[in-house]
Design a protein around this ligand. Structure first.
Ligand code: XMP
Ligand code: MG
Length: 184
């Protein structure tokens, strides 16, 4: 059994560890160039962004502070509503700082659109986004994402921080699950 396959639960691997790593190399090089001579604060969105934060930050050729937020994008239902609740706020004051939000995925865009507005209103000098994945077909609001790893189809994916009911986050690849995993 292949350990990266989580015991045969995967339907399809969309992105391998190597593909993700190579793309993060490019994104980090771009971020290094764009923020040359400026201080940067990375803000990771828990929990999905932990792997992206670890791997992207270690590819930067500079020391960079990190902070974390946890937000819940959904109310009682399962559809993204744009109503966002802060479960864990930043520890740092971001007034006058250049903030780069690190995310795992942009789906409808509602969560990040809210987050950019929220962080901007605290007086950050700039607020940009780096996301490993984006689903262009699911966009409900346009969010200006400066750094995107991969555009993927409108399918539910797991791995590399992304979960199904809190499982599969520690999968090294990004893929889709077999329908029977959802009880289908
Ligand atoms: P919105 O729709 O506001 O939501 O952009 C972004 C959040 O929704 C979750 N999400 C996913 N989680 N596989 C996941 O494991 C997916 O395919 C997926 N699509 C959206 C995720 O928490 C993200 O931060
Ligand atoms: Mg999630």
């Amino acid at each position: 059994m292949d350990v990266t396959d989580m015991g045969g639960k995967l339907q399809q691997v969309l992105l391998t560890e190597e593909q993700i790593g190579r793309r993060l190399d490019e994104m980090a090089a771009q971020i290094d160039a764009d923020y040359e001579g400026r201080d940067l604060l990375l803000v990771g969105v828990l929990k999905g962004a932990v792997y992206a934060m670890a791997d992207l930050s270690r590819r930067l050729h500079r020391s960079v502070p990190m902070d974390w937020m946890a937000v819940s994008s959904y109310g009682s239902g399962t559809r993204s509503s744009g109503v966002v609740r802060i479960l864990k706020d930043l520890d740092s004051d971001i007034t006058g700082r250049d903030v780069l939000i690190v995310e795992d995925i942009i789906d409808s865009g509602l969560t990040l659109s809210w987050l950019v507005g929220n962080l901007s209103s605290r007086g950050a000098s700039s607020v940009e986004i780096a996301s490993v994945l984006r689903k262009p077909g699911a966009a409900k609001v346009e969010v200006g994402v400066k750094y995107v790893g991969f555009d993927i189809p409108t399918e539910f994916v797991v791995g590399y921080g992304l979960d199904y009911a809190e499982n599969y986050r520690n999968l090294s690849v990004i893929g889709t699950l077999r329908p029977e995993v959802y009880g289908a």
